[in-house]
Design a protein around this ligand. Structure first.
Ligand code: SF4
Length: 251
């Protein structure tokens, strides 16, 4: 058997397994999660949080990237702990730290929290939240370089919004975290295996704007009442949207 076809045959079988199991492992979401709040299109967030199956599922390659993100988060958390940081990734009930609002219609989960005894990073002994992301060192968009040069707010506004949303809600809903004001974003470069860590300060106005946005989307029952991001279905974000048929053709 030729070398290429030998590899292709195995890959076909692996991809097929991923595609079949993606549906079983990923029921459509029925809540608005913090990771979605930074998305520009209100309708997309609504579709993504109201139990709708998408028109298009991610490729096996993309699914593997999601899995890589979860695995690297575990690896990085172990590294922090091994290096002496007091990082907790679960609470006393062995679940992620997080919050719920509107009877669970809005939710957020934290990757971890740095607690006291980390004098090297904690100021005034106030815990710091932790958010972990993997990133490509992409030659075209140069997001990794932009993160390092300009910070997450400019390079990855979605991640920045997720971080602010989590801090805003945790401050409001958990007495123990009402004074939280910082999150460490750890980014792992999947090309070079480098890490970059950024301290993100809480911005109450920005967070409140996101909470207002979440309330509008989560309490809307008719998606037609929400704006599309563009009037042109050929707009680049619409072309890649997993709900584009539902949105434009009412499928
Ligand atoms: S197709 Fe465009 S307008 Fe419709 S939900 Fe997706 S991004 Fe929004």
């Amino acid at each position: 058997m030729e070398r290429e076809s030998f590899s292709n045959d195995i890959n076909k079988r692996l991809d097929s397994f991923i595609n079949q199991n993606y549906l079983l492992d990923n029921e459509p979401r029925t809540y608005l999660g913090a990771s979605a709040i930074g998305e520009d299109c209100y309708r997309l967030i609504w579709y993504n949080t109201n139990g709708l199956h998408p028109d298009y599922y991610p490729s096996a390659q993309i699914v593997r990237r999601f899995q890589m993100g979860h695995l690297m988060e575990e690896v990085t958390a172990k590294l922090f702990k091994g290096a002496g940081y007091n990082l907790l990734t679960t609470n006393e009930w062995s679940t992620q730290f997080g919050f719920e609002d509107l009877d669970g219609k809005i939710q957020g989960h934290l990757d971890g929290i740095f607690f006291s005894s980390n004098e090297s990073i904690l100021q005034h002994n106030i815990p710091i939240f932790w958010e972990h992301k993997i990133m490509k060192d992409d030659a075209k968009y140069k997001k990794w370089q932009k993160l390092k040069e300009n910070g997450v707010q400019k390079s990855h506004p979605n991640y920045y919004s997720q971080i602010q949303f989590n801090m805003g809600y945790m401050r409001a809903m958990h007495d123990g975290f009402s004074n939280i004001r910082q999150t460490i974003l750890t980014a792992f470069n999947t090309n070079t295996s480098e890490y970059h860590h950024e301290l993100v300060e809480f911005d109450s106005n920005y967070a409140q704007g996101l909470v207002n946005k979440a309330y509008i989307i989560a309490t809307t029952t008719n998606v037609e009442a929400l704006p599309r991001i563009s009037k042109d279905r050929e707009f680049y974000k619409c072309k890649y949207c997993a709900y584009r048929d539902t949105c434009w053709e009412g499928k």
